[in-house]
Design a protein around this ligand. Structure first.
Ligand code: F6P
Length: 503
């Protein structure tokens, strides 16, 4: 939106010519060298995006005006970077990169988690075969992603992560889990979330109905509000706290990671943290022109602010990463889906794009038509691993990778045809993120890359990425709906719907 300015001066960026991708490659013989960053055994190839050398220079200038370096320092130094809630953001401290006291506290809490895991493995809670984790949003999406990505065939435990309050989700777990061999992990940063507490109560009831003598003795609480968990009935020895400064959507590194630390082993959990820490160090020290999270954010901002795209799509060409698009939806949209700056002024320009996506090659046969020939410009991100996750005929993995690469090439090249129904305009951007192998370290680094990319986006837009007041109103209205006085304040359509449903 012209005339409205956030922290820096966007005019040089807005004046960038819309040079086609093919021309960028022709004009910059060293484009691959400049636009490909190798970090943590991951190749980030931004070359098929419209970022030119001058665009990167303009974004670096904007980053300087926005004090990105100072804000990055503040993030790692444990300063208040979440002003609306008066908190630092403690996720990097969880992996050992941050302010000394916060790192020491995280280590202490991790030690507590490890001790409980050792005790469970020594059968202190009796035989355990099933881990039922209930939590929602950031208290579910991270563990679900990690376990789905790394857990196949790697554990003797069966793990279920249930988030939805729809009882159908829990019932399907009850049908396959043995209540006497199940432990319940209740994951809630605030320990007040209605869906999670209702699901947890129903699990206890199911255990009781199936002869478990003291169901509460099989509960582990993962929370930043240990007192509330104790008040709810969990024994203090089975409460695994984490710091309030760790945001919900940034919490998989804390005790919220309990189910995969138990199921996949402590070493895998540590490697995940180490991978993230390596990306933290890269983000802190690499010059912005060679900094993967920074360049990723410049790509995002170029398309949202200059090309006015409304969505960006992420396709995992690896079934093990099928939950990554949903994980990133929360990380990106809950963090940067704001219309005011961190000091409460109207943003005056688009905030984060809508994140969506799916899994390749399936998505090719479903949604790619629009990406190739639709009227919307959608920057696409492909994620794949060179090492296969399967041991079948290598042709499976070859086809998977070749398809991912071919889609990126086709989006960029297009194919002219006089028959417009067959004309592919091309010049459509994509980023390729290619892992050497999908393992705890690389997955940790990949997730930390996205966290920092979200942070850079936020700094350049002037947004606070660490609060989420927008989700509170609906929660409050649902909670208050039993109160006739509150209900009377609802609009006529909503009141009629409640009546129709017999609520
Ligand atoms: O509704 C949004 C949210 O606050 C998320 O940010 C959070 O991850 C989720 O709810 C769950 O909250 P809690 O961990 O406190 O149960």
């Amino acid at each position: 939106m012209p005339g409205v300015r956030t922290l820096g001066d966007w005019s040089a960026i807005e004046a960038l010519p819309p040079t086609p991708l093919k021309d960028l490659f022709a004009a910059e013989p060293d484009r691959l060298e400049k636009m490909v960053i190798e970090q943590s055994d991951i190749r980030f190839d931004f070359s098929k995006t419209h970022l030119s050398a001058s665009a990167i220079a303009a974004f670096i200038a904007l980053a300087e005006q926005s004090d990105l370096k100072g804000k990055r320092h503040a993030l790692f130094a444990g300063e208040i970077v979440n002003p609306s809630e008066g908190r630092p953001a403690g996720h990097t401290a969880q992996r050992g990169e941050g302010q000394a006291e916060a790192v020491a506290e995280a280590k202490m809490f991790h030690g507590r988690m490890r001790a409980l895991i050792d005790a469970i493995e020594a059968e202190a809670l009796g035989p355990v075969r099933h881990i039922l984790h209930v939590g929602i949003g950031g208290s579910a999406l991270g563990p679900d992603l990690i376990f789905d990505a790394l857990g196949r065939d790697k554990t003797t435990y069966e793990v279920a992560i249930v988030s939805n309050v729809d009882g159908v989700a829990l019932e399907s777990v009850f049908a396959r889990f043995d209540p006497a061999a199940t432990i319940l992990a209740v994951a809630s940063k605030t320990f007040t979330t209605t869906e999670t507490l209702l699901n947890a109560s129903s699990v206890l009831q199911w255990m009781e109905e199936h002869g478990v003598v003291d169901p509460m003795s099989r509960v582990i609480a993962l929370t930043a509000e240990p007192d509330k968990a104790v008040e709810w009935g969990v024994d203090e020895t089975r409460v695994l706290p984490f710091s309030e400064s760790v945001g919900g959507r940034y919490s998989l590194w804390s005790s919220i990671g309990f189910p995969f630390a138990l199921a996949l082993g402590w070493q895998a959990f540590e490697e995940l943290l180490e991978g993230a820490a390596a990306m933290d160090r890269h983000f802190r020290s690499a010059p912005l022109a060679e900094n993967a999270p920074a360049i990723g954010a410049f790509v995002d901002l170029y398309y949202t602010q200059v090309r006015h795209v409304e969505t960006r799509a992420i396709f995992a060409y690896d079934v093990r990463l099928r939950l990554l698009p949903s994980y990133l939806q929360q990380l990106e949209m809950e963090s940067n889906g704001k219309s005011v700056t961190s000091d409460g002024k109207p943003l005056g320009r688009p905030s984060a794009a809508i994140t969506w996506g799916g899994v390749g090659t399936d998505a090719q046969h479903a949604v790619f038509q629009l990406l190739h020939q639709g009227t919307h410009l959608v920057p696409v991100e492909f994620i794949a691993s060179i090492e296969p996750g399967d041991v079948l005929d290598p042709e499976h993995h070859r086809q998977l990778l070749v398809n991912a690469f071919a889609q990126g090439a086709a989006l960029m090249a297009g194919r002219a045809n006089d028959d417009l129904t067959r004309n592919y305009p091309g010049d459509r951007p994509s980023t390729m993120i290619l892992l050497n192998a999908l393992e705890p370290r690389s997955l940790g680094a990949l997730i930390a890359f996205y966290e920092h990319r979200v942070f850079v986006n936020a700094v350049l837009l002037g947004i606070n990425p660490f609060d989420q007041f927008g989700v509170e109103l609906g929660k409050e209205m649902a909670k208050g709906s039993d109160d006739p006085a509150v209900r009377a304040g609802f609009d006529v359509s909503t009141r009629a719907l409640m009546e129709k449903a017999g609520l």
